[in-house]
Every structure is written in structure tokens, then in C-alpha cells.
Design a protein around this ligand. Structure first.
Ligand SMILES: C[S@@+](CC[C@H](N)C(=O)[O-])C[C@H]1O[C@@H](n2cnc3c(N)ncnc32)[C@H](O)[C@@H]1O
Length: 221
């Protein structure tokens, strides 16, 4: 059961693991995401075991203890402040059977790091990204405390660094600079310098950006 399954990358991967007797149900609030997820499952010839359903993570249309395992990847970072992360986790645990496994992965945007000549501007922009361009950019580092507040056993945390060496694939281009300019975080000249230097680094294979993903797993007690 992936929560906030998006276009089905999670559900298709899990569908390959559960075999023909298992079942994966991905839920998402966005109907366009669900359509893409259905196409991805059909393309992978997994539409027999992988299903997608529209629902809000705070009100799951499933009975208590319905699933053997629950999973959410990059969900908590997109939840607006009006959502309580504790409430979401409690709802995920409601539909998980006792002894079932819960796995949550999310980004700790506080760890975003770019090799850039002006480290103070880089810190300013990364802090702006984490606090203003993600509804909850610090979701990854908050997972351990969230898990500790629930009745969970065998909590295990691992941190995986993501490394991006392609500027165009990173979130550091026009979106970031446009928003930073509008918010008065940096001047046009600083942002022009940012874009020019990162593009130049990219052209000679010297662009580097990394950020940590926190993965936490536990059993429902
Ligand atoms: C960043 S995407 C991650 C998608 C997928 N898990 C992945 O890692 O590829 C977050 C997803 O959470 C969904 N989402 C956001 N708020 C939600 C809510 N309240 N209930 C269900 N899904 C939600 C979004 O529609 C989006 O598809």
C-alpha cells in the first residue's frame, strides 16, 4: 500500500515483488497522477495486481488492519502545514495489520548542497528552497521523531545521498531563481551569476548537487 503513489513508480516496483498472489493498492489525491499510474501498471503488465485509488491520506477508505505493509515515499514533504504528520502516520498505521511493516522515505532538504563559488549565496538559496519551495522541506529529518511517537517496534533508519551531476535535471534552475528573485532572497545579478556558473560547470562535467533521503522502517506493535 503506497500512500501518495504519484505516477506509479512506487506501485509498479512493489507489484514486481508481491507476485501473482499479492496485491498492491496505491492511493493518491491527484486524479491525473492516478491515470498515469494505471498506464504504468498496464505497461508493466501488472494491472492484475497493482491497483490505484483516489483518496486523501488522512481518510483512507480501508478497514482497520487491511494491509500487510504500508509505504510512503516523498509524501510528507508535499503535505501542507494544515496537515498533521502525526495524524497521517496514525491513519497509515490504522490500515496496517499488527506486526506489519511500515516504510517511509522522504527528503531532508536541509542537506541540499551545491558546489558553488559563493557558499553564502548557496546557503541562502538552499535554505529558501527547503523552507519556501517545499511545503515541508525538513520532512526527512522529522521521520524518526514521528515514528518514536507511535506504537512501533524495531525502528530502523538509513540515509541515502542522492547525487545529481546534470544541472538541467536538478531543481536549481529557472524555477528556483525566479522564485528567489520574486521573494527578494537574492539580486538579479547574484542569480545571473548562479545560473551562469552552474551552466558552465555542467558544460565541463563539474556540476555537483546532493541531498539526503531518509528511509525509516518499523513494525506495528
Ligand atoms: C512528490 S510525489 C511522490 C510520488 C511517488 N511516491 C514517488 O516517490 O515517485 C507526492 C505525491 O503525493 C500526493 N499527495 C499529496 N497530498 C496528498 C494527500 N493529502 N493524499 C494523498 N496523496 C497526496 C501528490 O498528489 C503526489 O502524487
Amino acid at each position: 500500500m503506497p500512500f501518495g503513489c504519484g505516477p506509479g513508480i512506487d506501485t509498479v516496483a512493489l507489484g514486481r515483488l508481491v507476485g501473482t498472489t499479492g496485491c498492491v493498492v496505491g492511493i493518491d489525491i491527484d486524479s491525473e497522477m492516478l491515470e498515469q499510474a494505471d498506464v504504468a501498471a498496464a505497461d508493466a503488465k501488472l494491472d492484475g495486481v497493482v491497483k490505484h485509488q483516489q483518496a486523501d491520506v488522512t481518510a483512507l477508505p480501508f478497514a482497520d488492519e487491511w494491509f500487510d505493509a504500508c509505504h510512503a515515499e516523498r509524501l510528507f514533504q508535499v503535505l501542507p502545514a494544515s496537515y498533521s504528520a502525526n495524524t497521517v502516520l496514525t491513519e497509515m498505521l490504522r490500515v496496517l495489520r499488527r506486526g506489519g511493516r511500515l516504510v517511509v522515505a522522504d527528503t531532508d532538504w536541509a542537506t541540499a548542497s551545491v558546489d558553488y563559488s559563493d557558499a553564502l549565496l548557496e546557503r541562502r538559496l538552499m535554505s529558501f528552497f527547503a523552507t519556501q519551495l517545499r511545503p515541508n522541506g525538513y520532512a526527512g529529518r522529522q521521520l524518526y521523531s514521528l515514528f518514536q511517537q507511535q506504537r512501533l517496534e524495531d525502528i530502523q533508519v538509513e540515509v541515502f545521498p542522492l547525487v545529481q551531476s546534470d544541472f538541467k535535471q536538478s531543481p536549481l534552475g529557472g524555477w528556483l531563481t525566479g522564485e528567489a528573485l520574486a521573494a527578494g532572497i537574492a539580486t538579479q545579478s547574484e542569480l545571473d551569476g548562479w545560473t551562469a556558473e552552474l551552466a558552465a560547470r555542467d558544460a565541463i562535467g563539474q556540476f555537483y548537487w546532493s541531498v539526503n533521503m531518509v528511509v525509516i522502517a518499523a513494525l506495528k506493535g
